[in-house]
Design a protein around this ligand. Sequence first.
Ligand SMILES: Cc1cc2nc3c(=O)[nH]c(=O)nc-3n(C[C@H](O)[C@H](O)[C@H](O)COP(=O)(O)OP(=O)(O)OC[C@H]3O[C@@H](n4cnc5c(N)ncnc54)[C@H](O)[C@@H]3O)c2cc1C
Length: 443
Amino acid sequence: MASPQVIIIGSGLSGLSLSIFLTRLIPTATIKIYEVRPSTHPSTTGTINLTPNALRVLDHLGIYKSLIPQGFNFDNLTMLNHQFDFLASIPIAGVSEFEYQSLRIERRIVHSALLEKVQGQPQVEIIYDAKCESVEESDSTVTVRFTNGTSATGDILIACDGIHSTVRKSFVKDPKDFDPKYTGQISVGGNITKAQIQEYNLKNNPYPMMMFGPEAGKGASFMVWPYNHDGDQFTFFTTLSKPDEEKDWKEFSDKQKLKDIMQETFLSEDSPWNEMVKKTVELSDVDSYRFWPFYLHSIPEKFYSEKARIVLIGDAAHAMPPSGGQGAAMAFEDAETLAYSLAGVLSTESSLGTPQGLEIMSKWSEHRIARMKTIQELNRRMADMRKGSTGSTSGVMFTVKVWAIWVLGLLGVLGRTRRAINNYDANKEAVGWLGEATIGKLE
Ligand SMILES: Cc1cc2nc3c(=O)[nH]c(=O)nc-3n(C[C@H](O)[C@H](O)[C@H](O)COP(=O)(O)OP(=O)(O)OC[C@H]3O[C@@H](n4cnc5c(N)ncnc54)[C@H](O)[C@@H]3O)c2cc1C
């Protein structure tokens, strides 16, 4: 296909990354990104943790080095119990073993670095205030309709429209798989400065910290995590069990209510928690509070449509709760591996509808589904660990959990799980279904 017309829905982390890879791998492509948000507010707020597998993609995109001085770079996560006793230091990342440290950073900084890169590409146009309503494919084209009555047609459409994806609804066959499922957990947290709480870090334990409580009802876990380069601005959060899903979660947009929840959980008279946790909650500014309900998408049979003209990536394909800190990482990995695959399909005589083209898409999709299942399992284990064991007032379960963490840390088992996550290199993986020769030609 001489000059493929690519449509991307959503200019979030996956949509922007994909477009940059495509300009490099298919220089003849014209790429239009349609985004519902206005150009004045292109990104959401908050902080994210990026593990080496995510940072490797950002490095391949040429933006990683610019992010290093803008976030908190670290290797280990300190695990403590509610009394502030040290349990383990878990290796999360590190240059010698994984090529990269881990990076906690404001999401808007990552987004604007990607955006800046996209804006330098003449083949890419971003159209804001454009809400996709539906998509439809034929043998040779794909058409997207917008809520303002307009439409656009291209050769291929990539759904990067996030957890509440509209494209997913036109794509996934079973209506019960349209919407993400609530997992029964919520996260509540806010921001605090190091200056406000350092005096309560009596043993000078290194940040970031994950603390475990003795009883789910009194707060199962509490995280304190720096997010700027100097490590003096912290985000803190807890995961709470909330079995019933709210219809619209409107009540939780009240920041005072969120702080009240934290106070009830961590500052009650019989609270078992250490001073650092108590002071973090007590001294935190109510305006900094945020809340997230945890949702999970079922993984579709494949990530591309019948005629392979519609492809799902990122949260649209496989949104997962933030407990494993891998959602953005998976979106980045999807973007890079898909870009290689599309370049493999479109740069040869084969095209999307041909058996050769379909075979490449099928192998890419199978590979990504297998990866996603591994990551979702890890996510589930992390969520269980953060949630704690409900009603374990006897403390027996808590003791077991604490020792399990300590022993696992000692044996480096958690470190080995990390290797499976961190060492993923999209470029090397794509050789598996495209072959050395094709990848060599694309680079
Ligand atoms: C609280 C929280 C903490 C997280 N922490 C981490 C972390 O530490 N590490 C990590 O790796 N991941 C984390 N994640 C997950 C990560 O943020 C997501 O997985 C990632 O943003 C997914 O990227 P995406 O491009 O698929 O979707 P998004 O980044 O959500 O982008 C989707 C884009 O599509 C646009 N859009 C939506 N609908 C339409 C439409 N109909 N038409 C046009 N445009 C549309 C949206 O406006 C948005 O710009 C966290 C998520 C949450 C909620």
